[in-house]
Every structure is written in structure tokens, then in C-alpha cells.
Design a protein around this ligand. Sequence first.
Ligand SMILES: [Zn+2]
Length: 200
Amino acid sequence: MTRVELERVLTLNRVWQPITTVVVKQALTLVFRGRARVVCPETYQLFDWAQWLSEKAVRADAHVIEHDYIRTAHLQVRKPEVITLARFAGYPNTGVPYSRRGVFERDNGQCQYCGIFVHKRAMTIDHVQPLSRGGGTSWLNCVLACGRCNNQKADRTPHEAGLALRRQPFQPTRDELILGGVALQESWKAFLKETVKVTT
Ligand SMILES: [Zn+2]
């Protein structure tokens, strides 16, 4: 996949509440299947697949700014920035319940001790105050750790193990979790309700 295809599109539910970000390719697939429509972030105009193609596509041999377009067989389709799902009206829980996946997203996929990027399948959750010593499984006591740091730490506090947390674990806001480390785009701001601390 090209770089443009991997860029992110803000995804709103049916009633325009932001729920996640998806890669461009997935966003276009959702629109193609009629499961979502593209929202123009300036005019809030909605486009289904046919409308998006008729207004935002050019022949593949035409001169366009590659960055904003994704190439299909004969067309270059403009990259959407925001889509809204046709049916799904679900809403992320405002309390943002603790989850393993959430910890991964909050911590941007980085071990909170050594800073290396950890693959989702290789991630481990470290209880800062060990479970065996009364620590709980919660946003404030759990961080993403690589296997090596987690082993080194074992049933000790970071201090005892000679490790330092890169950042104190925190309860993320809903928008922070929706973005999950994806850099906030200017055109998304109007759709995200809470103030998001932009992390790069
Ligand atoms: Zn580590």
C-alpha cells in the first residue's frame, strides 16, 4: 500500500460523533459499500460513492497532486478526511473503561520503560504497582511494556527494578483514545468535542 492509503480518516457514527480513525483504503471501502459517506470538513456536504467519484475523481493520467489522491484502476480519487457511518449509532463509553487495547493506544504502542515500539501481538501489560502487592488493573496502574522490560521488572516497583516510567499513566479522554496516537488533523478539529492534547 502507498503512504496515502495508510493515512487516517476520522470516522463519525451516524449521528456525527467521532468514534475512531481508519486508514484511507478502509474508509473508501466503507463508502464504496454504502456503509459510510464522505463528509466535506469545510461545507459538511455528504457524498456517497457515486457522488464522490463524480465530483472528486480525475482520470489516472491527469495531473493531480498525488498526496491528496488515491489511485484506482482508471481514476484518482480524492482522499477523504472525514466519513460518517450510515447505520452505526453507537457511542464510545464516555467513561472510557479500562482495556488492554486502550492501554496500547494510550501509550502509542511504545514500551513505557525503554520506549521501543511494541507489536500489538507482542505487547504485555505491566502493573506499575505489582498485582501481588495490591496494585490494581486500571488506567492509572497499567502501562504498555515490552516483554524484556516486563521481565526485568517482575514483581517489583519501577524504582526497585531500576526502571523509570517515561510518562505517568493516566485516564485518557474519549478523544485521546479515538485518536490513539494518530496525529490530529486540522480538518478533524470541528468534529472532536474534547480538547485533545496533540501527541506526535
Ligand atoms: Zn521495554
